[in-house]
Structure formats: C-alpha cells, structure tokens
Design a protein around this ligand. Structure first.
Ligand SMILES: Cc1ncc(COP(=O)(O)O)c(C=O)c1O
Length: 366
C-alpha cells in the first residue's frame, strides 16, 4: 500500500495487486531508498560498493541465514542467491541432476511447468506423469504415480497465471523439486522434504534480479556431463553464493524483506494473514452474481486469485472502475483473461477489504 499520485492527479493510497514484480513492504522500500543514498553510514551507495567488502558480505550472509531460519532448513540444505530468474533454473536443474539417459518426472500444471519441461528435455528424458492441460490448467492433478527410477519429480507449487496451488505436497519416493516462485515464504511447508526449491525473488521476497535456490547438497555431483563453472551449484555453495558478482541491490532488498518477514511473525504468521485475505476475496467472488471463480475450491491459490465475468464489456468497465479507484494490477493474464488479484505477503488485509468493497459497489450499481 502506497501513498502516491493517482492517475487523476490526486494523492491516494494505491492498492497494488500486481502478479510480479509486485508489492513490497513500505518499510523495505524506504530502507532500500536510504541505502541507495548512504549505505549503513558508509558514505557510499549500496549501488557502488564492492561485493567483496565486509559491508556486502554481511548482507549476503544475513540473507542466507534468514532463509535458513524462516524455512527451518536443516544442515543438508544450502541457500543460494543467483542470477537469471526462475527461468534459468528450468535448465540449470536438469544440467546438474539429469544424465542423458535418465528420466525426470514432471507435473504439468501450466505455462511455467511446461517451460521447465521443455528445458529438461534438452538434457535427458522427461515423463509428464500428470497434467491439467486439457482443462485449461484449472485444477491440480491428484491421481498419478511417479516411477521409482525417476531422477526427480518437479512441481510448480503455485501456478501464478491460473491461480491454482498445491495444498498438500505429494509424497513421492524420488527427490522432490519445486518452483515456488509465487508462494515462497507465504505458507508453512516441510521445506526439508524438498531436494531443491527455487523462486524468483520478485513476488514474495524482494525485487527482481535475485533468484533463491535452496538445494540439498547430497543430490549434487552425480551427473557425468561437464557442467560450466557458473552453472554448477557446487561452486556457488563453495563460494557462499559469491562465485561471481551477485545481484547486490536485489539481494539487499531480499535481505530487508526477509528481516521484515521475521519481525512480523515469520512464515506462520504470514500464512494466517494470507489465508484470511484469500478467504475474504474468494467469499466475495462466491457470493457475487457477476464475478465467476475460475478454479475449483480445493485447488484455489492463496496467492493469485483468478476470476472472470461472462460479459467482456463489463469486465473492461470493472477494470477501468478499479483503476479509477486506485486498485492496480488486477487484469488477468492474457491466457485466462478476466481478473487476477495477487495477495502476496506485503499486501495488507485492508487492500483486500477495499477491493471487496469496490467489487460490491460496482455490482450494486450495475
Ligand atoms: C511460477 C513461476 N515460475 C517461473 C517464473 C519465471 O520467473 P522469472 O521471470 O524470474 O524467470 C514465474 C514468473 O512469473 C512464475 O510465476
């Protein structure tokens, strides 16, 4: 929530429902702004300090240890902040874990899973063990089996575009890998059950430019291909995520966001708030006669709430009405249409209450 100039030129509160990059805590934005001018009273900007200075090394160390603490990770799990966004992980994972003759299993639950599948095929075999493609990705598959000889099983815990989310983590006998880009740190999970977790920071964890990778070190070093130095997770682990110049400012913003999450009760507290926000909005949609949910109840995402209207003209009117009322970023992804309200950690409950109020007002005056 931010005070700034609205499109009508007046000062107002902006309710930011963007899917990513997305809302950040106001405190984080203020601290990051100060650090651009004078970082930790060094007289230098965070943008102009060397990454091998103790000033930045302590930022990286704090960011990594906060992830460990907030996700309750054991000693086998290493934390890295890398470049290249979540999309780089689509190829870096199979490069590190999949031999040419090996098979990786995937759940295909949308665009991001499909992209991960496409890249894995460059390195080995892929077995898509379940898919919701035939139903416009509007549910999470339940009945499937992962072969015991698969090298790993990959899921996308939250499908940002379609608004579906794995509520339960599937129990499988092979290493589990998850793209958590759009629900990282938003709810409790047994994170140690995962062999590898990755997430672009730009939704729940900070600004664009940094990519979180949590990896169980025991799964590494088992492929027989040559891995380029910068792509080999082991090198990043050895160098404590400082193999080359890290995305300094983006890591700093992530560190501030992680501190903010800790100060505000940690993942458990955010899960409670996020559940409340999602419940408020889904109730409003379910009780409305013009807004239609696109996802069946059990699979609904607590992070990205997708809904449509029957009449596309009225959809357009509501979008205009929302923007006039300082509700930003609720246009649905072009593949789904309609609306998508993203309820990431930094979005206050008051913004959801406000959106619901505006939805009711619009419906009443239609
Ligand atoms: C679930 C998911 N995975 C991957 C990506 C791609 O992330 P990046 O743009 O950081 O490569 C996104 C982007 O929105 C996403 O939502």
């Amino acid at each position: 929530m931010m005070i700034k100039n609205s499109p009508s030129g007046e000062l107002g509160i902006i309710h930011n429902f963007n899917a990513g990059p997305s809302i950040l805590p106001q405190e984080v934005i203020e601290q990051a702004s100060k650090a651009i001018l004078n970082f930790n009273d060094s007289g230098l900007s965070i943008l102009e300090i060397g990454h091998r200075t103790s000033l930045f090394e302590s930022v990286m160390e704090e960011a990594r240890s906060l992830v460990k603490e907030l996700m309750n990770l054991d000693d086998d799990h290493e934390v890295l902040f890398l470049h290249g966004g979540a999309s780089t992980q689509f190829m870096q994972i199979p490069m590190n874990l999949l031999n040419e003759k090996d098979t990786a299993a995937f759940a295909d639950t949308g665009v991001w899973s499909s992209k991960a599948i496409k890249e894995a095929k460059l390195f080995g075999n892929v077995d898509v063990v379940c898919s919701s493609k035939d139903h416009a990705f509007n549910f999470i598959p339940k009945d499937f089996a992962v072969p015991n000889d698969a090298k790993y099983f990959h899921i996308t815990t939250n499908n940002t575009i379609y608004g579906t989310q794995w509520q339960e983590i599937p129990e499988v006998s092979v290493p589990l890998i998850a793209d958590m880009s759009s629900d990282i740190l938003s709810r409790k999970r047994n994170f140690n059950a995962f062999a590898l977790i990755y997430a672009g920071a730009q939704k729940n964890m900070g600004a664009a430019g940094a990519n979180l990778v949590v990896v169980n070190k025991n799964i590494l070093g088992k492929v027989n291909r040559a891995i380029p130095t910068i792509m080999d997770y082991r090198n990043h682990i050895k160098e404590k995520s400082m193999l080359n110049t890290p995305p300094v400012f983006a890591v700093y913003v992530s560190m501030l966001t992680l501190r903010w999450i800790k100060e505000n009760g940690g993942v458990e507290a955010f899960e409670k708030r996020n559940n409340k926000k999602a419940e408020l909005l889904y109730n409003a949609i379910d009780n409305s006669s013009i807004f239609i949910p696109t996802v069946n109840k059990p699979d609904r995402s607590k992070m990205n709430v997708c809904f449509v209207m029957e009449d596309k003209e009225i959809e357009k009117k509501f979008l205009d009405f929302a923007e006039e009322n300082n509700v930003y970023g609720i246009k649905g992804h072009r593949l789904v249409g309609g609306f998508r309200a993203s309820l990431y950690n930094a979005l206050p409950i008051s913004s959801v209450e406000y959106l619901v109020e505006k939805m009711e007002e619009f419906e009443k005056n239609l």
